[in-house]
Design a protein around this ligand. Sequence first.
Ligand code: WQD
Length: 337
Amino acid sequence: MKILVTGGLGFIGSHTVVELQNEGFEVVIIDDLSNSSEAVLKGIVAITGKTPIFEKLDVREKEAVRSFFKKHNDVSGVIHFAASKAVGESVENPLLYYENNIASLIYLLQELSKQDKAHFIFSSSCTVYGQAEKMPITEDAPVQQPMSPYGNTKKIGEEIINDVAKVSSINAILLRYFNPIGSHPSAEIGELPIGVPQNLVPFITQTGFGLRQELAVFGDDYPTTDGTCIRDYIHVVDLAKAHVIALQRLLSKKNLEKVETFNLGTGTGSSVLEVIHSFEKVSNKKLPYKIVPRREGDITEAYANTDKANDVLGWKAQSTLDEAMASAWKWEQKIRG
Ligand code: WQD
């Protein structure tokens, strides 16, 4: 069975391709290489021994998407990762985000609605909850106006999918990620942030390696145990496995709701200081950091209620924060070594 993975050479995409291949799926990847490289393809093959079909393609080009589906008219399901994802950049350049994240979704859905049965998995984010009232966060927590255009593209994307699924042959699953971290245990693939990392864990591992002078901790005056923000850090391999299980659900189950939503997290919140301590424990290195003022747009706390994913998907994150951090550190040392 052939599965299209858009953005399949990206961080979460590449890890999902590995898990799809491990489950026997044939994978075709489209990626415009704006935030990845073909070297990632070698990493995937090094792990699974199987070479996915790869087509360099910009999903913002409607005609290119159309001719892709003409050529690959035997795609049984689509997992859609291709999107811009830097919160800060989206504030400075909203149109880039609305074009890249929304237009590409529309073109994909236009092609899928022509099929008599289409299965679609959408990479969404807990950012759609904004600062949720109640912890841990369930899927029926209200979707709020996200603080960034990036978050808004995820909220709008979910709304578009809901509207289209109602009147088409598309069955969809929306996966709301919490904070993906870590790398494949083989250290053949991992996170490759371009420029200065915006996210906490790659900044920590680059600082640990000496590429950055020190970590700036964005505020320690939040109403949390140690004053720093709390997030739910989930190992990227756990996240990748959830995508395969969700796809198998779409392909095998009957009478599903047209659109289902799942939170993908560990169910445990960790503060920034706890993440720093995790790094120090797994690396046996002291991490230089300083407390600076809060980052605009950051929420205080977000961690997942995982009951629905556990009970309905039959999926549960396996790795601890330390295990995920150890894999991130192993990867950092490998790529800088
Ligand atoms: C985590 C915590 C920061 C960097 C965003 C998106 C989410 C997903 C992941 C794409 C926060 C603190 C960070 C630093 C710090 N997007 N921090 N110093 O903002 O929770 O989530 O990225 O995949 O959709 O919303 O992740 O890693 O940027 O921040 O103190 O140098 O670490 O304040 O509390 P975030 P993050």
